[in-house]
Design a protein around this ligand. Structure first.
Ligand SMILES: NC(=O)CC[C@H](N)C(=O)O
Length: 359
């Protein structure tokens, strides 16, 4: 028998449901994702830190959760080594699961990390509300009440970024990955290519390192919290070494270049976001998970918009007019979602090869 819990939003909405996962209370920013699959990847994506995630897909849990397996020294399947969401909201939760690589149920996995889940919620009604009013603060309340709190006022990147430097691979091209909360599939994408990867903390002064290309990862919260990364990036923008940023990394490039970022009303979280490559009629379907965006009106003259979101026209990537610097607001590494834009890793490495040949 499951126990009753409540989801309470900052506008006073109260929805009663049933508990799965940990029977505990948690507060955060309530956001929704319309992705149909991929909860093992989403829940472990550090970009979700501080967020109570609402999944609109009606049945969740039926394919269980995979076991822990390693690829090099990182997880083979998960996007980091723990669950990062603050809570999970679903319509129908299936404790019963069946899948070739399932090792446990979603509820048991949430319990391991003391994360509450609530089911029996009309998640489509809830999503309509979040789309009308915008992302809201909220809480899942079990026995004890907790205060609402806004995770975007904290430096979440400092909480999820690693403490030290790690090395992976032994390829020809030395890439520095600034880890603001990186998804492991970004590391996997690099290791499948000819790369030696140096993974550094968000505030590490990478400008002192010897490298061929710089990569800026995804990560949680408001990009403006990452002052140290922005300062180091400003130095890197003075040079000519290729730079590639994904999601938070794209926002950090926009800020370091002198542009501004703003909070979207309810963000983009799904695996089917259409983006158009500037100067072409090519549309790519992309995986996304973000609540902030670069304000294109503030982009300095040396920068162009690289991709545009075809749903709402917001910036989906930027590109320097003359130097090999570019970024995407979406996730070319996917996990989950379509892999259609993974070629951007090859484009980045091509820029690295060209840079090295020019020296
Ligand atoms: N996936 C990400 O990197 C998210 C970036 C940022 N935290 C946002 O919400 O916009």
């Amino acid at each position: 028998m499951s126990q009753t819990v409540k989801l309470i939003l900052e506008d006073g909405t109260e929805i009663q449901g049933e508990s799965f996962g940990a029977f505990t209370s948690a507060a955060g920013e309530v956001v929704f994702s319309t992705a149909m699959t991929g909860y093992p990847e989403n829940l472990t994506d550090p970009s979700f830190a501080g967020q109570i995630l609402v999944l609109t897909y009606p049945m969740v849990g039926n394919y269980g959760v995979p076991g822990e397996e390693l690829y090099e020294s990182i997880s083979k399947i998960f996007e980091s080594d723990k669950i990062h969401i603050a809570g999970l909201v679903v319509n129908y939760y299936s404790e019963e699961h069946s899948h070739w690589n399932a090792a446990k149920s979603l509820g048991d996995w949430l319990k391991e990390y003391n994360i509450p889940g609530i089911f029996g919620v009309d998640t489509r009604m809830l999503t309509k509300k979040l789309r009308e009013k915008g992302a809201m603060l909220g809480k899942i309340v079990a026995e004890t009440d907790v205060p609402l709190h806004d995770p975007n006022l904290e430096n979440l990147v400092a909480q999820v970024s690693p403490a030290g430097v790690q090395h992976y691979g032994s390829g020809q091209h030395k890439i520095v990955l600034v880890d603001c909360g990186t998804k492991t599939n970004i590391i996997r994408c690099f290791l499948e290519r000819d790369v030696e990867l140096i993974r550094v903390p968000w505030d590490y002064d990478f400008t002192t390192l010897d490298y061929d290309g710089l990569f800026l990862s995804n990560g949680p919260g408001d990009p403006k919290m990452c002052e140290a990364t922005i300062q180091h990036l400003q130095k890197a923008l003075q040079q000519d070494k290729p730079i590639f940023g994904i999601c938070l990394g794209s926002q950090l490039m926009g800020l370091a270049a002198g542009g501004d970022t703003f909070k979207l009303k309810y963000g983009h979280r799904s695996h089917n976001q259409p983006v158009k490559l500037t100067g072409t009629q090519h549309c790519y379907i992309t995986s996304q998970n973000h609540g902030f965006a670069v304000d294109t009106a503030t982009l300095p003259a040396e920068w162009d918009i690289l991709f545009e979101n075809l749903n709402d026209g917001t910036c989906e990537g930027i590109k320097h007019k003359t130097k090999p610097f570019f970024s995407t607001q979406f996730h070319p590494e996917a996990a989950g979602g379509p892999q259609d834009t993974e070629f951007l890793f090859d484009d980045f490495l091509k820029a690295v090869v060209e840079y090295k040949a020019s020296k």
